[in-house]
Design a protein around this ligand. Structure first.
Ligand code: URA
Length: 230
């Protein structure tokens, strides 16, 4: 990789600042002064700028408590995005591992590790996602078996995978699903003639939102990261 690209990828310095630093004579590769911006470096090389060793960035894994009104996208012309809630360098490199609708609240995972993202979102891995659902009409006990057997969503031909419904009261339930079709929870309730008026995700796999306040984010623990498989 080119030296200037390596420094750009791993510091907050702009291209102009990097080129100025190299010209100024404060950039060293393996303790040797370099003055050419297009110098090629290897993974094992030690790069120093102004006496500071530049370490290659490590992948990042975050959870965020999405409030209603924020979109799960990197940019949007109409609404604020979940990235507006994240205060981290290079935040626009973060991808959302499993989106929520603009009106849905709760747990969103973000990462710049594409493989990890794939482990969470790929249908093959089937991590359970847990949703707290509020409905417009009363929730019938019959939904428990219907959702366990699978329903055909509007516009689809295959049954949804077995889902577990716990009825909490007349208008509240907890639904656990292990797939992530577009608007899946809302469409499942629509399939039984009901209407979701509020939706909140509190778990993906063994990662729980816990008491993280709405609008806040935190980095995942190593254990949480590894819980999706290594
Ligand atoms: N299912 C939905 O219908 N909406 C979401 O945001 C997530 C799951």
């Amino acid at each position: 990789m080119r030296l200037d690209k390596f420094i750009g990828n791993n510091t907050q310095l702009s291209r102009t600042q990097i080129h100025a630093a190299i010209k100024q004579g404060i950039v060293y590769v393996n303790d040797v002064l370099v003055t050419k911006t297009n110098t090629q470096i290897k993974d094992t090389d030690k790069v120093m700028v102004d006496d500071q060793v530049i370490e290659p960035r490590k992948p990042r894994y975050l959870m965020l408590h999405k409030p209603a009104g924020y979109v799960c996208a990197n940019t949007d012309s109409e609404h604020p995005t979940v990235l507006d809630l994240v205060d981290a360098p290079f935040k626009h490199e973060l991808q959302i591992a499993g989106r929520l609708d603009v009106d849905t609240t709760g747990l969103v995972l973000l990462t710049d590790d594409g493989q990890w993202n794939h482990k969470i979102t790929s249908p093959k891995h089937m991590h359970t996602k847990n949703y707290l659902v509020t409905t417009a009409n009363p929730i019938e006990d019959s939904y428990i078996k219907i959702f366990a057997d699978g329903v055909i969503l509007k516009g689809e031909t295959k049954l949804t995978l077995p889902a577990e419904l716990k009825v909490l009261d007349k208008h509240h339930a907890e639904l656990s699903i292990c797939e992530g079709k577009y608007h899946q929870v809302k469409r499942m309730f629509a399939a039984v003639g009901n209407h979701v008026i509020a939706l909140h995700r509190n778990r993906i796999g063994s990662v729980y939102l816990g008491d993280l306040p709405a609008g806040q984010f935190r980095y995942l623990t190593t254990q949480e990261v590894e819980s999706f498989g290594q």
